[in-house]
Write a protein that binds this ligand. Structure first.
Ligand code: HEM
Length: 400
C-alpha cells in the first residue's frame, strides 16, 4: 500500500540549529520513511542514498526546469542548471572542456598567491573572522582570474553576489518584499556588467586566453552562442562558483578547529589532505540539497509522488546513509571508495568540481602551512546560515 503524501512527517531544514549540525536530523529522516516533507516550503524530501542517486539520474522525471527565477533575481533560466537534457547536454559538451582538471591546474599558482596575500593581512593579529577575512574573498579572486576579469572588480562582485544570495546582510531590516527588490536590482546589475564586458571583448581584435573569450568564440552545431545565452551562463557561474566554495572552506575549517586530533593528522601527514577534503565534503555536504520538479507521477519507496510536486533531494542525508557508506558517522580521511554526491550526480553534476577541489586543497594547504595551530575563540560559537551551510561567523585565534 502506498503512503499518503498528505500524512508525511515534517522536518525543518531551514533552522540555524539544523544547519550547524544536520547529521542527526538526516538520520531521523532516513529512518522515518523514504519520503518526508520539509516544513515551510512543504516540498517533498528524498533522503536515502539510493533514492537521491536515482532521482538525480532521471531528469525526465525529476526536472531542473522550474520557476525559481524570481527568487534568484534572474530574468531567464540559468544555463545549464535550470534546463533539462537534451538541451542541457549540448551546453555541457561546450563547457566541460573549459573546466577540465588540466585547465584548472593552471589556476593553482594564483590561488596560492591570493590565499597568502589574504593571510598576510591578518596573520600578525593572531585572530580573524574566517568567513569575512578568507572564505568569502578567496573564491571570488579565483573566479575573476578564471573568467579573465580585473581583480579591481572584487568588491563589486562581492556586493552583487550578496545582493542576490543574502540581501539582508547589508540591510538587516529588509522584509521579504524588500529583499526581493534588492535581488532583482542586483540581478539587473549583474546582467548589465556582463553585457558591457562582452561588448568590450567582441570589439577586441585579438581574442584573450581566458574562459570568457573561449565562451564567446564557442559554437554549438556550427553556431556561436547568442548574447543572452552567454549572460545566462555567466550569471550561473557567478552564483554557483562563489558561495559553494566559501561554505565548504568554512565548514572544513570549523570542523578542524573543533576536532584538533583530526587537524593534527593533516599536519603530521599532509598527504592526507586531498582525502580529508573529500571526506569533509561527504560529512559536511555544504550544499545540502538540490530542488527538482516532478514531471510525471512516480512511486518512491511506496509513496506516490504526483506530477507537479516540488521535491528536495537531500544530498547531505544521502552522503551519510549507512546503507551506502560503512561507518557513515565516522569521519575517516582514508575512506576508500568515497563516492559521495556533494557535487551532485547525473547530468547536472557540478561543472566546477575540479576547480573547487583545487581551490579547497590549495587554500587549506596554504592555511595550515602558515597557521597550523588554531582554535575557535573561547566563549564564541560559530554561526551557520540556513540553506547552503556557510559559516557566517567563525572567530578563530592562534599564537602570534
Ligand atoms: C565546493 C564547491 C562546490 C560545490 C559543493 C558544488 C556543488 C554543486 C552541486 C551539488 C551541483 C548540482 C546541482 C543540481 O543538480 O541541481 C552543482 C552544479 C553546478 N556547479 Fe557546482 N559546486 C561547487 C563549486 C563550483 C564551482 C567553483 C563552479 C564554477 C566556477 C561550479 C559550477 C557549477 C555549475 C555551472 C553547475 C550546473 C551544472 C549543470 O547544471 O549542468 N560549482 N554544483
Amino acid at each position: 500500500m502506498a503512503d499518503d503524501p498528505e500524512d508525511l512527517p515534517h522536518f525543518n531544514l531551514f533552522s540555524e540549529e539544523f544547519s550547524r549540525c544536520p547529521q542527526a536530523v538526516y538520520r531521523e529522516m532516513r529512518a522515518a520513511c523514504p519520503v518526508t516533507r520539509a516544513a515551510i516550503t512543504e516540498s517533498l524530501v528524498l533522503s536515502r542514498y539510493e533514492d537521491v542517486a536515482w532521482a538525480l539520474r532521471h531528469p525526465e522525471i525529476f526536472s531542473s526546469a522550474m520557476d525559481l527565477q524570481v527568487a534568484l533575481g534572474t530574468e531567464r533560466p540559468m544555463i545549464p542548471q535550470q534546463i533539462d537534457p537534451p538541451a542541457q547536454t549540448r551546453y555541457r559538451k561546450l563547457l566541460d572542456p573549459h573546466f577540465s582538471r588540466r585547465k584548472m591546474e593552471a589556476l593553482i599558482p594564483s590561488i596560492r598567491a591570493n590565499a597568502n596575500a589574504l593571510i598576510d593581512t591578518f596573520i600578525d593579529a593572531g585572530e580573524c573572522e574566517f568567513d569575512e577575512a578568507f572564505a568569502i574573498p578567496l573564491p571570488c579572486t579565483a573566479f575573476l582570474d578564471l573568467l579573465g576579469l580585473p581583480q579591481e572588480d572584487l568588491a563589486l562582485f562581492l556586493e552583487l553576489k550578496d545582493g542576490i544570495i543574502r540581501p539582508q546582510k547589508a540591510q538587516p531590516d529588509l522584509d521579504f518584499e524588500g529583499a526581493q527588490r534588492v535581488r532583482v536590482e542586483s540581478g539587473r546589475r549583474i546582467y548589465r556588467y556582463f553585457e558591457r564586458i562582452i561588448e568590450e571583448r567582441l570589439r577586441e581584435k585579438t581574442p584573450r586566453e581566458d574562459l570568457l573569450s573561449s565562451i564567446l568564440s564557442a559554437e554549438i552545431d556550427g553556431e556561436k552562442l547568442i548574447s543572452t545565452e552567454i549572460l545566462d551562463i555567466c550569471f550561473l557561474l557567478l552564483l554557483a562558483g562563489l558561495d559553494t566554495v566559501t561554505a565548504t572552506l568554512g565548514c572544513n575549517i570549523a570542523y578542524l578547529a573543533a576536532n584538533p586530533d583530526q587537524r593534527r593528522r593533516i599536519l603530521e601527514h599532509p598527504e592526507l589532505l586531498p582525502g580529508a577534503v573529500e571526506e569533509l565534503m561527504r560529512w559536511e555536504t555544504p550544499v545540502t540539497a538540490v530542488p527538482r520538479l516532478v514531471k510525471r507521477e512516480v512511486e518512491v519507496g511506496g509513496t506516490v509522488i504526483a506530477e507537479g510536486e516540488l521535491v528536495t533531494l537531500l544530498i547531505g542525508a544521502a552522503n551519510t546513509d549507512e546503507s551506502h557508506f560503512p561507518e557513515a558517522d565516522r569521519v575517516d580521511f582514508e575512506r576508500e571508495r568515497n563516492i559521495h554526491m556533494a557535487f551532485g550526480a547525473g547530468p547536472h553534476r557540478c561543472l566546477g568540481s575540479h576547480l573547487a577541489r583545487m581551490e579547497l586543497c590549495a587554500a587549506m594547504e596554504e592555511w595550515h602551512r602558515r597557521i597550523p595551530e588554531y582554535h575557535i575563540k573561547s566563549g564564541e560559537t560559530p554561526r551557520y546560515s540556513p540553506g547552503i551551510r556557510e559559516v557566517l561567523y567563525l572567530p578563530l585565534v592562534w599564537e602570534r
